[in-house]
Each structure stands twice: as C-alpha cells, then as structure tokens.
Design a protein around this ligand. Sequence first.
Ligand code: MG
Length: 157
Amino acid sequence: MRIGHGFDAHAFAAGDHVVLGGVRIPHDHGLAAHSDGDVIIHALCDALLGALAEGDIGRHFPDSDPRWAGADSRAFLREVIARVHARELAPGNVDLTVIAQAPRLEPHLARMREHLAADMQVAVSQVNVKATTTEGLGWTGRGEGIAAHAVVLLLAR
Ligand code: MG
C-alpha cells in the first residue's frame, strides 16, 4: 500500500465557467490557470504522484510548456494513472474535498465522480468528492478562488 496527499488552489479571473472534476460549471468568473484550472484534478494528480514518490504535477506538466496551455486536465490524470499502472499499482480509493464559497457544487458531484472514476479506470464507489465552504472565512470564503485537497491509497494490482 502507498498513500498520497495533494493540494491545489486557483484564483478567480474573468470568465463565464469553471472546470472542476472534469465538469464544466457556469459561473460569473473563471479560474486563472495555464491549463483549464481544474483544481480537483490537479490535487488528485499530486496525491497520486505523491504516493508514487514521483514529484508533482508541475514537474510532469510544467506551466512554462506551451503544450499545456488551456489543457484538459483529464489528460493529465490519464497520464498519471498510466504511471501508477506502470508501477503495478492501482487506486484503492480516493477522497477529495473542494473548498468553494461559489458556485454551488453539490448538483455536479455525481458527474465529477463518474469522470474521475473513468479516467482512473476504477469504480465510482472508489471515488468520493465532497464540497464545502469556509462559512465566509478566509480567501475562499471571500470568493477569491477555489482550493481542493486529495487523499489517495494505492494498492498492488
Ligand atoms: Mg493547479
């Protein structure tokens, strides 16, 4: 067994939607990022790479590389899972927490789980996505951006 943890945050910027867990969600702002700014997938990739002791997402997909401009973060996740499989491991379960005062995420959590499970080639029952606010406290509470935490357990295949 190997365990990993990931964290990511992105600030709001001009835009009309955010992408979280591979789901496009209409909003009065977008997220500032080199890629699509999917904080949930970025935290998840960091947790998976952390469990492998293979660094972080910035090392594998540097934001200085024009190849990743506007990239669909689901492609990052699929590449990271290939690295997990190459080590004869697979996700046992993943637990994700996204922290956002807005938009309201609860209606989208089921689809996020489906996307993430598909990209990781696991059952939906192995993926949990929780959304919380900070009750108005701090930078997420002031609506300045969105953060996400991820914990994963990898098991031998
Ligand atoms: Mg990121």
